[in-house]
Design a binder for this molecule. Sequence first.
Ligand code: ZN
Length: 313
Amino acid sequence: MVDQYPPDFPKTQLEFEDRFSTEEACRSYLMSLRWPHGFRCPNCGHTHGWVNNRNLIECSGCHHQASLTAGTILEGTRKPLRMWFIAMWWVCTQKTGGSAVGLKRILGLGSYKTAWTWLHKIRTAMIRAGREKLSNKVQIDDAFIGGEESGVSGRESFKKARIVVAVEIKETGRGLGRIRMRHIPDFSASSLLPFVMDFVEPGSVVQTDGWRGYSSLEEKGFQHIIIRASSSPETPLPHVNRVISLLKRWLLGTHQGRVSQKHLQHYLDEFVFRHNRRKSKHVGLLFQRILKQSSESTPSPYKKIVELASGLN
Ligand SMILES: [Zn+2]
């Protein structure tokens, strides 16, 4: 994955702390991410301005005030930017991600709900990162996420959440490439095919099991290879199944299984973001990426996040 931003990011905890110790420092960094080629007044096009302590940039030409955070997930926050920077840095430096309980503790936030909302806002910034399609050879499978139910099996279960997962297989045949995941309402072709078309480059080799939901992949322009369970003990789609079990372990571990269907997609986005950047040399690059995306995303107040996420149920 190419990170196109300038290599101007903190590389260590110490660098992070030194660099972002004031609101002013946070503001000017955010400004440089939002206007990488320098500030440009949206009103008159002038290129000089200063930021005041309300996060407003005043154009020195026409005195138009542009907001540094308007239209971003940081819009309307009453907390210092510094706290957001710390939250984002913390999320990036936790190898397995952070929980709302953890964030509440380190920031001294007043409530669990606030910490939870912050994490969800940060997750919405992760979604936008890396929308390039997977290519070459891709393995796809669907799965259930959630509590065990007795008496129902396989695709007949109704209460668990359904997801579909794609993983690129590296040239060597070993090791996992980039991944994508989506929470879907059912395992029908009308849920599975749009996922493949959204996330996999046409012409790629796509491996799935024999489920009929995948049967028209050839018509959609993919080289479809159906891998059926054989007598060998190995699962027919080992790569994608490895990703699914890592996801399940993460949901049970970091989040102790307390993820509702309503919000599942946000967690999937975080998992994908982390997985696709797990070999990133610098945690600071992840931090910078999230911050950059934050400075571009639309605002996601608590209510909107809940509304958005409830669309799937
Ligand atoms: Zn101006």
